[in-house]
Ligand binder design. Structure first.
Ligand SMILES: [Zn+2]
Length: 215
């Protein structure tokens, strides 16, 4: 049984890494964002509760997130283990979580803020077919035009320099205490997220002791 938490700022590639690890070791990818998106798409009671909060201008509380994770873990469909993504959201939650569940490691994917900023600001989205582009890694053949359908590429409304700066600030404020707590328990592995995705995957496996050498 392998039980991991994956952490890193938005744009660090943690979704990709979680998927690669899950595929390689048959783990369940427990992504809080995916669970919420699934609930909203399927019009569940939870979605109604969340939408009520949002329509009243409130944020989805940490309690709701904790409940969602607890009930997801209670499904016990993770025979070989799981990777938690998007949880815990604060040090109190992390502490409670460690009292009830044991964790083998916290995978912290480290990417400097200026690189995150550059990655996020170079994201483009096709206004026609919805395909994702990135002006660094996945450049369209013609600037600002979708290769597939020819529609203009746009930026997500929240991918502005100000919004990215706010997200980075919030991320560091919220995660620093969580990482400190996990570090005191010697659970944190720091992985360099600046490498290509495949190399990051190899490094994670080596640091977790799942693989003894390169390839
Ligand atoms: Zn398109």
């Amino acid at each position: 049984m392998r039980k991991y938490i994956i952490m890193g700022v938005q744009g660090c590639g943690k979704g990709t890494q979680a998927k690669l690890l899950c595929k390689a070791y048959d783990l369940a990818h427990i992504s809080v964002g995916d669970i919420f998106r699934w609930n909203i798409a399927n019009h569940t009671k939870l979605a109604a509760r969340v939408q009520r909060l949002i329509s009243h201008g409130e944020l989805v509380s940490d309690d709701i997130v904790a409940d969602v994770v607890k009930s997801r873990l209670a499904e016990h469909d993770w025979n070989f283990g799981y990777i938690l993504d998007g949880f815990p959201r604060n040090a109190v939650q992390a502490e409670f979580f460690l009292e009830s569940y044991d964790i083998d490691a916290v995978i912290h994917i480290v990417v400097p803020d200026d690189v995150v900023r550059e990655r996020v600001l170079s994201r483009r989205l096709c206004s026609g077919c919805g395909l994702d582009y990135n002006l660094i890694h996945h450049r369209p053949r013609n600037m600002d035009i979708c290769d597939v359908c020819g529609a203009p590429l746009t930026q997500r409304p929240d991918d502005t320099p100000g919004a990215v700066a706010d997200r980075l600030k919030t991320y560091h404020e919220k995660t620093a205490p969580i990482l400190d707590l996990f570090r005191r328990k010697e659970l944190v592995l720091e992985v360099d997220g600046m490498q290509p995705a495949d190399a990051v995957h190899q490094e994670i496996q080596m640091q977790l002791g799942l693989k003894s050498s390169w390839r």
